[in-house]
Design a protein around this ligand. Structure first.
Ligand code: HEC
Length: 136
């Protein structure tokens, strides 16, 4: 009995280290968002926002609807809301066709790229399994 239990224990330990070794490849299988092209950067869209949004959305708390889009931080903080407003043709105010123009498409691509993903991206590289078997 004692002899068998010892081998069962070794076998179980082997399974544990196998599953630890498999952990990094599981991380590789996590679905990643697929973007057809590299999204535009803030620099790419800053002038589009200046020409089409800051006319109204400028000046901090004084901005139209209280929505200021003067800085990258302000735009990123509103990315999801601005994407939605643009995507349904609500913004720019009174210009529902803007979203179909090259500038509109570029701005939509940028805003979409700034919306936080669920779940949050995994840190890379994956943690290395402990050399001496499971810690817990
Ligand atoms: C001509 C002025 C004007 C321009 C230009 C304009 N907006 Fe607006 N925006 C408004 C007004 C007015 C409201 C409030 C609308 C309402 O509450 O119905 C608003 C509301 C919004 C909101 C909040 C919408 C909501 O209810 O969730 C967002 C986000 C927004 N604008 C983004 C933008 C972006 C991005 C642009 C540029 C592509 C833009 N706006 C251009 C006037 C403007």
């Amino acid at each position: 009995m004692r002899f068998n239990a010892r081998y069962v224990g070794l076998f179980a330990a082997g399974l544990c280290s196998l599953s630890l070794m498999a952990a990094p490849s599981n991380a590789d299988q996590t679905p990643q968002p697929v973007e057809p092209t590299i999204p535009p950067t803030y620099e790419d869209v800053a002038s589009i926002i200046a020409n089409n949004c800051q006319i109204c959305h400028t000046g901090g708390e004084e901005a139209v609807a209280g929505i200021s889009l003067d800085t990258e931080e302000e735009v990123v903080a509103r990315a999801a809301q601005a994407f939605a407003a643009l995507d349904i043709g609500l913004m720019p105010y009174g210009d529902p066709e803007f979203r179909t123009t090259p500038d509109g498409i570029k701005l939509l691509g940028y805003l979409k790229s700034q919306i936080p993903l669920e779940p949050a991206p995994l840190p890379t590289p994956a943690p290395t399994p402990p050399a001496n078997g499971p810690a817990n």
